[in-house]
Design a protein around this ligand. Structure first.
Ligand code: S3P
Length: 434
């Protein structure tokens, strides 16, 4: 069984660029396959999850060519997809299965979609319910879990309020809304990531947002386009945290996606006292990008609840593992959703933080991790339970621990960030290291 060893670090410095944003990559590929003409997507995420989306789109008849760090997709139009010969395999990717469920709901054929063991345990009724209301026939194991059998057809526009704040549910409804006549409306009190809306607007769809309601006019003709995917800000989080853990650290992260629905992590770190700044802000293909600078400083800690929890959802594993390096610790509440991610992230964070000697209290909807006063973390053997964000969060936490931290099954980082460990090592050995 492969393992990665992490030793205490003295400095963490450098200038880096990150792989393309995972959420934007999934959407740009799915929408390109529904558009008419050839789209070119530069800096497409090299993650296994985004590869799962391409594998499914190919099985649905899309022509996809890989070109350097980008891809070219020949769109088939809204109704040009072909019935797949086998069950579509979404791998570990919740975004792939839920977004494709929306697009499959509008097709004139029956398709089955499933994924790995973790994905088959994740809740799917949240997308089945609105898609059924729109007219799709969907069957699922125990009426909740993949494999999903989706028989698409003529869809009705709906006015829908998801029960949990979820960009995946919103996107599934909007993708199905492309096939319905009239206006599909999704209400969301918490403004979740809006990459689907921005991409649809760029491609010529009539889509607006007002007072928390997203309105999409159905049956648009989507224009193929060229799009450059910005660096993944959720991947940046691990390195931002590393500079706050390791003394004498400084980083410049270039070309990161700075969509305001994703930058809550920068605001939260800044509110804790982290010297984070953004320069060279620019708008590209409908999305904001820029460079993020940060250097080491002691941070206070804080509480994350309500809308903040939803907006930091992918950053919570790193924030929990940063807890022992903050003055007052980190408390996360209203985070039941973390229990149905790639792993039960609350339980897996608690288990591994305890192994490292952190002070941990687990709640049904969250976790509290004690700050510096509870003592320095000790290196331990971490079991990430095949969850990429857990593996990366604990690799970073290990940089400040006493002794060696061992990450079991480190290959799982490839789900979102295949070159994570290489980049980490290059920053520890940077030429300007003191
Ligand atoms: C994502 C939305 C979030 C997030 C996931 C990616 C997306 O999930 O956790 O990693 O690309 O839409 P939910 O929609 O379930 O909150």
């Amino acid at each position: 069984m492969a393992k990665r060893r992490i030793r205490p670090a003295k400095a963490f410095r450098g200038i880096l660029t990150l792989p393309g944003d995972k959420s934007i990559s999934h959407r740009s590929a799915i929408l390109a396959a529904l558009a008419e003409g050839k789209s070119e997507i530069f800096n497409y995420s090299p993650s296994a999850d985004c590869e799962s989306t391409l594998r499914c789109l190919r099985a649905l008849g899309a022509n996809i060519e890989e070109k350097g760090s980008g891809i070219i997709i020949e769109g088939k139009g809204l109704s040009g997809w072909a019935k797949p010969r086998k069950t579509l395999d979404a791998g570990n990717s919740g975004t792939t299965i839920r977004l494709l469920a929306g697009a499959l709901a509008g097709q004139n054929f029956l398709a089955e979609i499933s994924g790995d063991g973790s994905l088959r345990r994740r809740p799917m009724r949240r997308v089945m319910e609105p898609l059924r209301q729109m007219g799709a026939k969907i069957e699922a194991r125990e009426d909740e879990f993949a494999p999903l059998k989706i028989e698409g057809g003529a869809l009705r526009a709906i006015d829908y309020a998801p029960k949990v704040p979820s960009a995946q549910v919103k996107s599934a409804v909007l993708l199905a809304g492309l096939f319905a006549e009239g206006e599909t409306i999704v209400h969301e009190p918490v403004h979740t990531r809006d990459h689907t809306e921005l991409a649809l607007r760029e491609m010529g769809a009539a889509i607006t947002r007002q007072d928390g309601a997203v309105r999409l006019q159905g049956r648009p003709k989507l224009k193929a386009r060229q799009v450059a995917v910005p660096g993944d800000i959720s991947a940046a989080t691990f390195f931002l945290a590393a500079t706050l853990i390791v003394p004498d650290s400084e980083l410049i992260i270039q070309g990161v996606g700075l969509n305001p629905t994703r930058t809550t992590i920068l605001d939260f770190l800044a509110a804790m006292g982290a010297p984070v700044s953004v320069v060279a802000l620019a708008s590209r293909d409908g999305e904001l990008t820029g460079d993020v600078n940060v250097h080491h400083a002691p941070v206070k800690g804080g509480k994350i609840s309500g809308a903040l929890t939803a907006r930091l959802i992918d950053e919570l594993p790193m924030l929990a593992a940063l807890g022992p390096y903050t003055e007052g610790g980190i408390e996360i509440r209203d985070a039941k959703e973390l229990r149905v991610k790639e792993s039960d992230r609350i339980a897996v964070m608690a288990e591994n933080l305890r192994k490292m000697g952190a002070e941990v209290e687990e709640f049904p909807d969250g976790i509290r991790v004690g700050g510096r006063a509870a003592g320095r973390l000790r290196g331990a053997t971490i079991d990430p339970h095949e969850d990429h964000r857990i593996a990366m969060a604990f690799a970073i936490a290990g940089l400040g621990a006493e002794g060696e931290t061992v990450i079991r099954d480190p290959h799982c980082v490839a789900i979102s960030f295949p070159n994570f460990f290489e980049l980490l090592e290059s920053l520890l050995k940077a030429p300007n290291e003191k």
